[in-house]
Design a protein around this ligand. Structure first.
Ligand code: COA
Ligand code: AMP
Length: 639
């Protein structure tokens, strides 16, 4: 761990000197049907496009080419599901056959290049096969996380307008079966744009009734298609700039943003990251313990490890409770994982259950080299606990759904740099990260400001929002001219290490899941007895943050507040989904506001977190903050 032995500074300087040469070189690791005409075209798209004129196929690069080069019998995916009590190994050859078969089914259902396909799936191999089959035929997939409810699914269906939806009868949570099919049916009832067909994976735990004329049994169509599919459905050539997928993420309103990912740039950056950032070799076993519904799942369960010829673990379980806090060690030992990538919250959960790490003694983690954390701020306590227990480097890295890969991190592949606890380390090649004030002037080292990225963004980052160039410009490019706004605040220290402290918008991070408090406020406001509300994220030792909703009841409402609070909790679960983890609604007489009517959410959060706070000069009525403190105390929260 030495600045002098790491190649990072040399590689970053090489990128700064010649960014196009840098990415042209990285692009040689990808099979192109036609090589790009330009590495970067500044006149294309909103801020320029990568690898214009290039023709390629992501499924070819992730699957077929490995079979051709002799990896056919290597495991591509190891599905390990303590929740289903099942394990399954899928070789690269089998993955090729299965993607061909599903590609054939999708084509028979009328899916053409450029058509959208939504996946609303649990963590089963068919979800990965579904994504790759779309890539194979040039269809654009959009995976919706299973913890979202019908309403959220409906919003995404209406925005993406898919021809076909791939789903399953159910998902599995600890001690609970999540019936997906009724949620899917309800979503389709709500949407304006009805999909032409749904392909339903009937899981053994629950058989769902199918809607005649619309729903098809996945297994039945697979059996029929397997006979003829193999020779027919080769990978379809697509432009490097064609969309591979849309992934919806929380925006500053309830309306999610459709982050677009292209084919060419995405492959180049992800492939580069596997060796240079994660330090993983082709053929090794790599595990991202996330969900295919999140960006980490897209990039590091599915695409990057497969593009790199690794074996990727698909884990349908939790860090604790399936069956115990030794679950992660069991998976690493059993499958010989060299790296694990997860969110800090997972390690906080393990630490809580097994603080001494006693369960580790049962397992041989001989092959394990590195733990990677992302998705939320990695608290130094948890990082140090994991370092001490596992005796391997624990690497924090910072990124967003929008970027698709790390903006900053400690690149073990290039040689690890010294660790600074609380910092996500240094900017990756491709990213010039600056910290600026409101006037877009760079601030001095160690001064907190808005973290921004100089345009153009590197390959794999979003070129735009799905069919919303203007919203993309407004949301990300308008406030700081020449820069992409990350909406994260923080600072760079004298060594250029980046410290990400908080969001500058209404996004909160609950157990590594990104949620909009604005979206929850929209739901609460719709309750018939709620006059107004404010949702804030309050600190939580396990999940990092949890949402807390303050509600003001309409005058004349006589029903007990506790009853309405319970209804509010149920409403958010019903409309957004269990993943919102909204369990705390507190009735107050009024909300603290500035004289111009702006709700003082920041001050409320400080009160709830027990942090020092100052009375805002613009407050309308200072007594209201005392009322908020008392209401929090009434619920047993710090105040
Ligand atoms: N389908 C349906 N429901 C889901 C779901 C899914 N795919 N994923 C989560 N949920 C439900 C959970 O069952 C829970 O329901 P409950 O309120 O009935 O208990 C709720 O959504 C909240 O989920 P979560 O916040 O994840 O809490 P949890 O108690 O289930 O698990 C952790 C807590 C820390 C173990 C878990 O969040 C975790 O492993 N997180 C880290 C890994 C990760 O996925 N990070 C994301 C990006 S890297
Ligand atoms: P998502 O789009 O779900 O990946 O969430 C992205 C947001 O999570 C970022 O904008 C940050 O606010 C937060 N985040 C992700 N990784 C980190 C990290 N390593 N340190 C601090 N915050 C992080």
């Amino acid at each position: 761990m030495d600045v002098r032995t790491s190649r990072y500074y040399e590689v970053y300087a090489r990128w700064r000197r010649d960014p196009h040469g840098f990415w042209a070189e990285a692009a040689r690791d990808i099979d192109w049907i036609e090589p790009p005409k330009q590495v970067f075209d500044p006149d294309a798209g909103v801020y320029g496009r990568w690898f214009t004129g290039g023709v390629c196929n992501t499924c070819w690069n992730a699957v077929d080419r490995h079979v051709l080069k002799g990896r056919g019998e290597q495991a591509a995916i190891i599905y390990d599901s303590p929740l289903a009590g099942q394990k399954r190994t899928i070789t690269y050859h089998r993955l090729q056959v299965e993607t061909q078969v599903l590609a054939a089914i999708l084509r028979n259902l009328g899916v053409e290049k450029g058509d959208r396909v939504i996946l609303y799936m649990p963590m089963v191999p068919e979800a990965v096969i579904g994504m790759l089959a779309c890539a194979r035929i040039g269809a654009v997939h959009s995976v919706v996380f299973g913890g979202f409810a019908a309403n959220e699914l409906a919003t995404r269906i209406d925005d993406a307008r898919p021809k076909v939806i791939l789903s399953a009868s159910c998902g599995l949570e600890v001690g609970r079966l999540v019936k997906y099919k009724p949620l899917l049916d309800e979503a389709i009832r709500l949407v304006r744009h009805k999909p032409e067909a749904c392909l339903i994976l009937q899981r053994p735990q629950e058989e769902a009734p199918l809607v005649a004329g619309r729903d098809h049994d996945w297994a039945k169509l697979r059996d029929e298609a397997i006979v003829f599919a193999r020779s027919v459905y080769d990978c379809v050539p697509v432009e490097a700039t064609d969309p591979l997928y849309i992934l919806y993420t929380s925006g500053t309103t309830g309306r999610p943003k459709g982050v677009v990912r292209d084919n060419g740039g995405h492959m180049v950056a992800l492939k580069w990251s596997m060796q240079n950032f994660y330090g993983v070799e082709p053929g090794e076993v790599y595990w991202a313990a996330s969900d295919v519904g999140w960006v980490v799942g897209h990039s590091y369960i599915v695409y990057a490890p497969l593009l790199h010829g690794c074996t990727s673990i698909l884990y349908e379980g939790k860090p604790v409770g399936t069956p115990d806090a030794g679950a992660f060690w069991r998976v690493i030992a059993e499958h010989g994982c060299v790296a694990l990538f997860t969110a800090p919250t997972a390690f906080r959960a393990i630490k809580k259950e097994d603080p001494q790490g006693r369960l580790l003694a049962q397992y041989d983690l001989g092959k394990f080299r590195t733990l990677f954390l992302a998705g939320e701020r990695a608290d130094p306590d948890t990082v140090q606990w994991a370092e001490k227990l596992l005796k391997v480097p624990v690497i924090d890295h910072w990124w967003q759904t929008e970027t698709g890969w790390a903006i900053a991190g400690n690149p073990v592949g290039l040689g690890q740099l010294p660790v600074k606890y609380g910092s996500a380390a240094v900017a990756m090649p491709g990213y010039q990260v600056d910290v600026v004030d409101d006037a877009c002037k760079q601030v001095a080292a160690n001064t907190i400001g808005s973290i921004v990225i100089k345009l153009p963004l590197p390959p794999a980052c979003l070129p735009t929002l799905w069919q919303q160039d203007e919203r993309f410009k407004e949301s990300y490019l308008a406030e700081f001219p020449g820069y992409y706004k990350t909406a994260d605040a923080g600072f760079k220290d004298e060594d250029g290490y980046i410290h990400v402290m908080s969001r500058t918008d209404d996004i909160i991070n609950v157990a590594g899941h990104r949620l909009s408090t604005g979206g929850m406020e929209e739901v609460l406001s719709a309750h018939k007895d709620v006059a107004e509300c404010a949702v804030i994220g309050v600190a939580d030792p396990l999940k990092g943050e949890i949402p807390c909703g303050f509600i003001v009841l309409k005058s004349g409402v006589e029903r007990p507040a506790a009853e309405i609070e319970q209804e509010c909790v149920a409403l958010v679960r019903d409309k957004i989904g269990p993943v919102a983890a909204f369990k705390l609604a507190i009735t107050v007489v009024r909300l603290p506001k500035t004289r111009s009517g702006k709700i003082l959410r920041g001050t409320m959060k400080k009160i709830a977190d027990g942090e020092p706070w100052a009375m805002p000069a613009t407050i309308d009525d200072p007594a209201i903050l005392e009322e908020i403190g008392a209401a929090l105390q009434g619920k047993g929260l710090r105040a």
